[in-house]
Ligand binder design. Structure first.
Ligand code: ADP
Length: 486
């Protein structure tokens, strides 16, 4: 891969220095489209995490004392660097993660959006005064950076999930140590190069690439210098980190799994909804926590929806993200392939029908990679695994419903609560159902209710806290009350 000719073995960035792992160990980064090794990066361990945390702790007082304007300036510069390097970064992203190049460019832009958004929000951390019942007393509320942040990010959006944490943390005046996902460390390295080039002082942001995440997570949890943990990934790992962090009552933000319902009411246009469904479900090969997992379609328009949905999905071209016409890339690894096969065969055994796809893909363009055929299942029912388990892959599971009350109950019948989607032309219904859905985000005739300006996050077992928007920076700030007697 042309953009990755230089060695990346010095991929740990601590105190402004690029270095190898303390142990000297490395691990391979694999291209999921062809199973080939891309490069080798440092396999950081607990000692590296500790050194990174200590560096962040040393850098904290000066960074916290810098003005919001100074921090903002650096984030603006990093935004400019990422934006100018979009093409190169998109190619690295496609190489290590697999998504089509066009989608990779969109993700790089989304990543840069967080830098500019929080460059602006840095200056808007307003406190307030509160009237007191005592004439001789004043209350002052202000917000101060928490301290050192330990951040863990996933492989599915390997660049935007990093800036979504790093930008608000830095804007707030926190310092940070990031552990990126083991499958996709290369985008992380590029973000840190951009921060370095933007003039970020040494030690303010530190990167520890690692093959084994557990020792790094343990150090984040146990080291008292870390004041806050921010995690995006699976619900099970999020819970276990939270359990660990509870010992010192560290602040925690979590963006976890989802099981999004996508409800198409009888007054919606089934063809329009099916086109939206086909676009949304197969974005990033279904590897998104806000990807719809259950399509509930009203019985009166079910067949029309399924016809267009199947037709669109069957036409999606899979292959290397570098091929111009490819709309769908590989899954990240073999474990993901196995999960798809297991969910499909379980559903079919219990009576579902695959109207397209349903198995691993064959053929020269896809054989070497982790390609599962884009699939539509109809007749999906609550006893099937796919109805409860997050799929994280290219399978659209369709169920029928007959009335609004039942479908709201069914949609909410999940331990997750991240995103939900509804299609309707009835304004009252749109509001009524949006309010009744127990999810953090609802798209109404809208398949992309996300933006750096909008609060992203879930309820129930989908997470704690919000990223992006005004809310995002407050995840990195403590509230302080000052009471003054005159
Ligand atoms: P997925 O199954 O989708 O890969 P994970 O939750 O396992 O989701 O991974 C998301 C991120 O969490 C990755 O960066 C991974 O390395 C990290 N991770 C996994 N287990 C741990 C752990 N015990 N401590 C810290 N980070 C972890």
């Amino acid at each position: 891969m042309d953009v990755l000719t230089e060695t990346t073995a010095n991929s740990i960035y601590i105190d402004g220095q690029w270095r190898p792992a303390a142990s000297g160990e490395t691990f391979e980064v694999i291209n999921p489209a062809d199973g080939q090794r891309i490069t080798t990066v440092a396999a950081g361990g607990r000692a590296d995490a500790r050194a990174a945390i200590e560096s962040a702790a040393r850098a904290f007082p000066a960074w916290a004392a810098s003005t919001a304007y100074e921090r903002s300036e650096i984030l603006y510069r990093a935004w400019r660097i990422l934006t100018d390097r979009t093409e190169e970064l998109a190619r690295i992203l496609t190489t290590e993660q697999g998504k089509p190049l066009k989608a990779a460019r969109t993700e790089v832009k989304y990543a840069a959006d967080f830098l500019i958004w929080f460059a602006e929000e840095a200056k808007r951390v307003y406190g307030r005064t509160i009237p007191s019942a005592r004439a001789d007393q004043r209350f002052l509320v202000l917000h101060q950076p928490i301290g050192v942040v330990g951040a863990v990010t996933p492989w599915n959006y390997p660049i935007s999930m990093i800036t979504r944490k790093v930008a608000p943390a830095l804007a707030a005046g926190c310092t940070i140590v990031l552990k990126p996902a083991e499958d996709t460390p290369l985008c992380a390295i590029e973000v840190f190069k951009a921060l370095e080039a933007a003039g970020l002082p040494a030690g303010v942001a530190n990167l520890v690439t690692a093959r084994d995440p557990k020792p790094i997570g343990d150090e984040f949890i146990e080291n008292p210098l870390v004041g806050k943990l921010t995690f995006t990934g699976s619900t099970s790992v999020g819970k276990s980190l939270t359990r660990g962090a509870s010992d010192q009552l560290k602040r925690v933000s979590l963006e976890l799994g989802g099981h999004a319902p996508f409800i198409v009411f009888e007054d919606a246009d089934p063809v329009h909804a099916a086109k939206g469904a086909a676009l949304l479900k197969f974005l990033n090969t279904g590897q998104a926590c806000i990807s719809p997992n259950r399509f509930y379609v009203h019985a009166s328009i079910h067949d029309a929806f399924v016809e267009t949905f199947t037709d669109r999905v069957a036409k999606l071209q899979a292959g290397s993200g570098f091929d111009k016409d490819v709309a769908i890339g590989p899954l990240i690894n073999q474990a993901a392939m196995d999960k798809m096969s297991a969910q499909v065969s379980d559903a079919i055994d219990k009576g579902a029908v695959a109207t397209t796809g349903g198995a691993r893909m064959a053929g020269p363009a896809v054989e070497a990679g982790f390609f599962f055929a884009p699939t539509v299942l109809t007749g999906v029912t609550p006893d099937m695994r796919i109805y409860r388990e997050e799929t994280f892959g290219p399978i659209g599971a369709v169920c029928r419903f007959d009335n609004e009350t039942d479908v709201i109950r069914a949609a909410n019948d999940t331990r997750y609560g991240l995103a939900a989607y509804i299609y309707t032309r009835d304004l009252s219904r749109a509001l009524r159902v949006s309010e009744a859905l127990k999810f953090g985000m609802v798209g109404v005739n809208d398949i992309n209710p996300t933006s750096a300006a909008a609060p992203f996050g879930g309820v129930k077992e989908s997470g704690l806290g919000r990223e992006g928007a005004q809310e995002g920076i407050f995840e990195y700030l403590d509230t302080k009350l000052i009471g003054i007697s005159l």
